[in-house]
Design a protein. Structure first.
Length: 245
């Protein structure tokens, strides 16, 4: 199922503080798709390119050293690690925003779940930067810009713009994994051909996890990717490094 098909399957009318929002289903203009591509583009000013999510230290320690080990690492993060938790937080925030709420509890929970100093910096700085840059598309803006985790910020704005949940989730997960793969291409190093092949391999898992996360609740939060958290903690004291996390 493609991102466009997923969005076209969501036809629910949503009322937010007296404003009716209809999830975008008219892809003749591709409005929702273009917005997601803009918000999650490497050029959007959130600084995503400067974070490796602990992968830099995993490469430094030899845990990731080729295409296959990187693929296994990312698969664990997506299905049972921090990226899965971000998907659950995204879904919960999207649902909360469609009900006219500000996602404050979910944002606080997401911040508390950051497993290290640099993971905290990674999600909070990106989320805050996203809200600061999103002004032209923030159709409601009931509260001033605040510090929120990255998935919460993207989910809130997606809901306010009528973008369907699974479409937003798929785009968010794709952007996160693409950023990590591009970082690893430089770190391992890998060729661009390997990077593209990895994105192709992650396509179906992204759609599967997006569908699963869309039906999740906060009780589904949890990670068993402990080694990734350890790498993120050890990265804080790595002598020479390229990335901020």
């Amino acid at each position: 199922m493609t991102m466009i098909t997923m969005a076209m399957n969501m036809n629910t009318m949503i009322t937010v503080t007296g404003i009716t929002i209809t999830p975008m289903t008219d892809f003749r203009s591709n409005t929702a798709l273009v917005r997601l591509m803009t918000w999650l583009s490497p050029a959007f000013p959130v600084g995503a390119f400067s974070y490796s999510h602990g992968i830099e230290h995993a490469v430094h320690g030899g845990l990731i050293h080729n295409k296959d080990t990187l693929h296994a690492w990312l698969t664990d993060l997506l299905h049972r690690g921090s990226i899965w938790n971000d998907a659950v937080l995204f879904a919960a925030s999207w649902q909360d925003a469609t009900e006219g709420n500000t996602c404050q509890y979910i944002a606080a929970l997401g911040e508390a779940m950051a497993g290290s100093k640099e993971r905290h910096m990674e999600t909070m700085l990106q989320g805050t930067a996203f809200l600061q840059a999103i002004g032209p598309w923030d159709v409601i803006s009931p509260e001033p810009v605040s510090e929120v985790p990255y998935p919460v910020a993207v989910a809130m704005i997606s809901a306010r713009n009528g973008i369907a949940l699974e479409a937003g989730l798929a785009a968010f997960l794709h952007a996160v994994l693409s950023n990590l793969i591009q970082g690893a291409v430089r770190l391992v190093p890998l060729g661009q051909t390997h990077g593209v092949a990895l994105m192709a391999a992650m396509e179906q898992p992204i759609l599967t996890v997006a569908q699963r996360a869309a039906a999740s609740c906060l009780d589904d939060l949890g990670s068993t990717a402990i080694l990734s958290d350890i790498m993120a903690m050890q990265h804080e004291t790595q002598y020479s490094r390229i990335f901020r996390s």
